[in-house]
Ligand binder design. Structure first.
Ligand SMILES: [Zn+2]
Length: 546
């Protein structure tokens, strides 16, 4: 089947603050290509993301669903379930060629984000081992791969294409090429923005050379911004203030619909999927959370959902979920917040009071919670070697299952993210000691953090790792027993308790933990459909002493 819609190009700008690429002298200097291109676009000046993490935000773009509905609520190894019907799948089904080019393994295909792409191009997984960071490549490399693919299509190929290019340059660590650092006056983050803009320019040139621009709809959108110290946060992930929620959003229609216009309607990354479906001539899914903006006015009086569960997941803080409305942003956690965005765009003054009327937001939470949810996927289908790499990077430690994540509007009695940023900074400091091998300094700091917040999983897991490395079995055992009292139950905790008890010659006490470790391995492999491996553990369990 051959579709007859226009080509579609989706360009996602990772970690890109809207104020660095749009609407200021600084933006014009850093991003001359995007600034010039905006003249051909309808620019949404008040676009928001659904949160401040790469995978959840991109999953919302691809599905038109808020994170509680698509289920990828943290970065990998959380996954977008196979049951998702993505933009790329809809495009491929209706006769589009589909090709995805991503700049970072934060969007590894194993996390389900590549569903529907016939051609998929991502950084090498092998590089992680060398750098100790999640592999990334420059926007220039992404643009070059995409341009090569455009150029290599058969001359008589008249099938339209859906091309996705993801530029990861602006994500920390900031290391722009010298030319762009210079253009940015020595500011490293801004230098990455300048490099990203140049990469965008080269992709645009590739489209022009391929002769496709006259028949191509282009959507440029950020996945989240970067705090750069606002609210005490250096990067992104813990909060949903506009430093990380406000994103660039530019829609270019080759017919010139609303070209050069600034539109201050509230739109969200969930609108990407319906907008591009309509651009392809396909029917958007009426049950999606997003709406089409293609050749249409944006809806008014809208509430946009946002969440951050990183503090909840890593530090035992209260879940943080909220809504952006015409008159302000409402954030729910153990300490609610409300910001009047027009008067207070940097969200410095919390105007929530005990008599704040949250009825409209409460209703919106309830309605979202009632909407259908994709059936949860198993964890990412990674090969054993990749899993070991991620474990070495700390990415798979004792992860919550998708079904354990709190629903929209859920609160617990953990501390609120806003009140807890000093704890996140203390964790960063302690990790910095840890990675430099200064284990005593790191241990001291992790112990302090745990003293004030025993729920801090990162501090607990790192401190346990240090005590095990130091063969301080008694201290490790105390920490492990405290850890075992908190969900989720993990293989690592039982295995390490057994290891400490064996080292302390308390073999009888160790046996129940050995058995529990084996049982959890069996469940783990059964869930993944690895029945032979499960059977092998069953035999070991049968032989284990009681
Ligand atoms: Zn990102």
């Amino acid at each position: 089947m051959s579709a007859d819609g226009p080509n579609i190009v989706l360009i996602t700008l990772d970690t890109t603050r809207a104020d660095r690429v749009l609407g200021s002298d600084r933006a014009a200097k850093l991003a001359p290509n995007l600034t010039a291109f905006a003249a051909e676009c309808r620019t949404f000046t008040a676009a928001r993301s659904v949160g401040s993490l790469t995978l959840p935000s991109h999953a919302s773009m691809m599905t038109g669903l808020y994170p509680p509905r698509h289920g990828a609520r943290a970065n990998g190894p959380q996954v977008l379930p196979p049951a998702a019907l993505t933009l790329a799948e809809r495009a491929a089904e209706s006769g589009y060629r589909t090709a995805g080019f991503v700049g970072s393994l934060a969007l590894d295909r194993a996390y389900g984000i590549g569903q529907g792409f016939d051609v998929w191009d991502q950084p090498s997984r092998a590089d992680d081992r060398v750098t100790g960071e999640i592999s990334e490549r420059s926007g220039f490399e992404v643009a070059a791969s995409a341009t090569r693919w455009l150029a290599n299509r058969a001359p008589d190929d008249d099938q339209p294409f859906f091309l996705w290019a993801h530029f990861f340059d602006a994500h920390a660590p900031y290391a722009p090429p010298a030319e762009y650092l210079e253009r940015a006056g020595g500011d490293f983050y801004d230098g990455e923005i300048a490099a990203l803009d140049a990469a965008f320019g080269s992709l645009l040139a590739g489209l022009r050379t391929a002769g496709e621009l006259d028949d191509t709809v282009i959507l440029i959108v950020g996945d989240h911004g970067e705090s750069l110290g606002e609210h005490g946060e250096a990067t992104h992930g813990l909060f949903v203030y506009d430093a990380t929620l406000h994103v660039p959003f530019l829609l270019r229609d080759p017919r010139g619909d609303r070209a050069g216009q600034l539109d201050d309607a509230f739109v969200s990354v969930v609108d990407v999927q319906p907008t591009l479906l309509e651009a392809m001539g396909l029917e958007p899914d009426p049950t999606a959370d997003g709406v089409s903006l293609f050749r249409r006015a944006a809806p008014e009086n809208r509430l946009l959902y946002c969440e951050s569960l990183e503090g909840w997941r890593l530090y035992g803080w209260s879940p943080l979920t909220g809504w952006i409305a015409d008159d302000g942003k409402y954030l729910r956690s153990s300490e609610p917040e409300f910001y009047a965005l027009t008067d207070d765009p940097r969200e410095l003054e919390n105007r929530w009071t005990v008599d704040f009327d949250d009825a409209v937001f409460e209703l919106a939470f309830q309605q979202l919670a009632r909407r259908s949810v994709l059936p949860a996927a198993a964890r990412a289908d990674l090969d054993a070697e990749r899993r070991r790499q991620l474990e070495a990077l700390g990415y798979t430690t004792s992860e919550h299952a998708a079904g354990d994540f709190p629903g929209p509007g859920a609160v617990d009695d953990g501390p609120s993210p806003a009140a807890s940023i000093a704890e996140a900074q203390a964790v960063e400091d302690a990790i910095a000691y840890f990675v430099r091998g200064r284990l005593d300094n790191a241990a001291e700091r992790f112990a302090e953090i745990l003293e004030s917040n025993p729920q801090n999983r990162v501090a607990a897991e790192r401190l346990i790792e240090i005590r095990l490395a130091q063969e301080d079995w008694t201290s490790a055992l105390d920490l492990l027993r405290a850890r075992a009292a908190l969900p989720p139950e993990t293989i690592a905790v039982h295995r390490d308790i057994a290891r400490c008890l064996m080292a302390l010659d308390r073999e009888d006490e160790a046996q129940p933990h050995v058995r529990r470790t084996l049982e959890l391995f069996i469940t783990h492999h059964e869930r993944r459909g690895e029945l032979e491996e499960a059977a092998r553990y069953r035999r070991i369990l049968a032989d284990a002493p009681h």
